[in-house]
Structures are given as structure tokens and as C-alpha cells.
Write a protein that binds this ligand. Sequence first.
Ligand SMILES: Nc1nc2c(ncn2[C@@H]2O[C@H](COP(=O)(O)OP(=O)(O)OP(=O)(O)O)[C@@H](O)[C@H]2O)c(=O)[nH]1
Ligand SMILES: [Mg+2]
Length: 260
Amino acid sequence: MTTDSPTPQAAATPATAAAAPDAKTAMGWLHTARFFTTAAQLHQLPPVEVPEIAFVGRSNAGKSTCINTLTQQKQLAFASKRPGRTQHINLFALGRQGVTDAVFADLPGYGYAAVSRSDKQRWQQVMVNYLVSRTSLSGIVLLCDPRLGLTELDEALLEIMRPRVEQGLKFLVLLTKADKLTRAEQAKVLSITRLQAGGGEVRLFSALKKQGVEDVAQLLWQWAHPTTATATATATDTATVPATSPTPAAPAPEPTEGGT
Ligand SMILES: Nc1nc2c(ncn2[C@@H]2O[C@H](COP(=O)(O)OP(=O)(O)OP(=O)(O)O)[C@@H](O)[C@H]2O)c(=O)[nH]1
Ligand SMILES: [Mg+2]
């Protein structure tokens, strides 16, 4: 059912996780992702009634590329070698047969040196407001370039999120661009980040080598379907999403070996 005036659902209600679907089901579900809306300000975002999962992290960490890889779509989110490419909160709707059962949010990155101080402060405020007050937010994927590790800004974000995580908000640290590391380096950074994440979920991911994709797909499916035991979307868990969606204006390149 699609409602005209959706009421945001209570955020982070602890719920029993559904059994993991097989990788094919999870990947098929992710492939249903379509552009929903874009906004520069939090108040411009429409409320949604379904679980919303935000992709956050430093600029250039690989957030947009990760969304494109998970959804198996080359141009859904804007990805670029140039840091600071994503400048709005972009929402994508997921769900079979046009019935939305989850929303992904691609957020602009932080820590991009070339942005003016006032722009940085304005954006950080938008992001903090979003993370603290977005009622539909039910999961966060914090993307991190493992060559940098969790930086001060990432730690600050973890601190801001702590109260909501304690209330049941799902949380995953994704170590991107794993193809840039040797196996030994991967193992080392995984164990260090696990300690830093305080027992939270941590995974290695490579858009280039498709490493970790199915595993993350299954985890996100579980996040989005906390109370259902099957892969079928429930009729009541819907957001108001246009039947047809505008397409992003600019193409997004595939990750390349040259990507930083
Ligand atoms: N080698 C490699 N490069 C990657 C991978 N993921 C992303 N990249 C590259 O990293 C660069 C930045 O990727 P984006 O997805 O635009 O990063 P972002 O986090 O969305 O950046 P902002 O929008 O600026 O916050 C691009 O050149 C990508 O091709 C990966 O898994 N492996
Ligand atoms: Mg981006």
C-alpha cells in the first residue's frame, strides 16, 4: 500500500532480525533500487515509513561507488575521482514490483580539504541533524578507506551516533577499496577496525573486485526486513515514492585502478 501522507516509523526499534536470504535474493532486491529524491537540506527530505540506510564517510571513501556496486547499476549514484562529488542527500527506493520496502541515502562526504570552511560547517550541520533526527534512519554504513583507517572525523561521527546505536540502530563499518591492500594488510586492518568499532560489524569491500558484495547485500536485506521471515516485502511497509523516477543527470564511472 502506498500512502499519501506517510508517518515516519519509530526509529531504531529493536526487532528480531530476519533469517539471511540467499545471496541471489538479496542481490535481486538491491537491483530494484531506483532514484527517489534529492535534497540539500534536511527539511526538504520527505518522510518515509520504511527503514532508511545511510551511507556515510569521508569524501572519496567510495560511498556512491558502493551503492552502484550493490545495486548493480552503473549510474544510480554519482561517483567520481574528484572528491566532493556528492553534494546533496540522495535517496534511492528499493523494493520489488514498485513497492518500496527500504530507502538508501547517499550522503556527501566530509573531510574534503578543498571545500571552504563555511561550506564544511554548513554541511556538517546538515549531516549531524540528519543522523540525529531522521526518524526513519535504521541503519548506517560507515565507509572508510582502510589505508587511512578510522580518522578523527569518523570517530566523531561514531560518537554522535552512539546513543542511537545503543537504542538499536544498525551499524556497519565498510573498509572500501580492499583491492588496494594485500591479503595480510586486509587481515590486519580488519582486526584493528573491529577493535575500534567496539564489536560492531566490520567488513572488507571492493567495488573493483566485487569483494564482500554478496555478504553486505545479505546483511542490508536483513536490516531492511527486521520482522519479516521471507524475502517478500510487506504491503504496509511502504513509502510515498513516485512510480516513475527521474534519472541522474551525469554518468558515474566504474571504479578504476587509478581511483584514489
Ligand atoms: N580501486 C578502487 N577504487 C574505488 C573503489 N570504490 C571507489 N573507488 C574509487 O574512489 C573514487 C571515489 O569514489 P566515490 O564513490 O565517488 O566516493 P564518495 O565517497 O561517494 O565521494 P564523495 O561523493 O566525494 O563523498 C572513484 O575514483 C572511484 O572509482 C574500489 O572498491 N576500488
Ligand atoms: Mg559520493
